[in-house]
Design a protein around this ligand. Structure first.
Ligand SMILES: [Zn+2]
Length: 167
């Protein structure tokens, strides 16, 4: 008797972590992520399929969100902005632009080269909670208004500085 063992190909891509739990219907407009029940990945960016999905929340790199700002999209929940190693964090003006375009809260997430989550903004919007355990002089370690005790990076520093801190 031949027993066949099917090895399911491991789903590739990083896990997207929505700042709110449970996550609303979210469209991730970037390569290298895997989806889940409420999260669909549109690696090509915003297109008719993504529009049909009718997300309440969109997660994408800043440039893609700026492109979408020209469309008249109505989101119910939030936008999540990916900033990457080698890029500056979101500026006040960036946030203002996104707020005016979408009218929903903006959450920044810092990603490493393989889309691994390094730090994420919480609902209290008072910095980015670092995901990996480490300590650094520049981290704020008082308990956040959101209740999460993990230390926070102040908003705005460049990702290289974060990677330095993680090293
Ligand atoms: Zn917090």
């Amino acid at each position: 008797m031949i027993i066949r063992i099917r090895i399911r190909s491991r789903a590739s891509g990083a896990t997207f972590v929505h700042p709110m739990d449970p996550a609303p219907r979210t469209a991730v407009l970037a390569r290298g992520f895997r989806g889940s029940k409420q999260v669909r990945v549109f690696a090509q960016g915003w297109d008719s399929q993504a529009a049909r999905f009718q997300p309440a929340s969109i997660a994408a790199p800043f440039d893609e969100l700026v492109r979408l700002a020209k469309l008249d999209l109505r989101l119910e929940h939030s936008v999540i902005v990916f900033t990457y190693e080698g890029q500056p964090g979101l500026s006040y003006d960036d946030r203002e632009l996104l707020w005016r375009a979408f009218g929903v809260p903006v959450f920044e997430q810092r990603l490493g080269p393989k889309n691994e989550l390094l730090a994420m903004e919480c609902e209290a919007h008072s910095g980015l909670h670092v995901v990996h355990g480490f300590s650094g002089a520049r981290l704020e370690s008082d308990v956040c208004a959101c209740g999460n005790r993990s230390p926070r990076l102040p908003r705005g520093p460049r990702v290289e500085e974060l990677v330095e801190l993680l090293a």
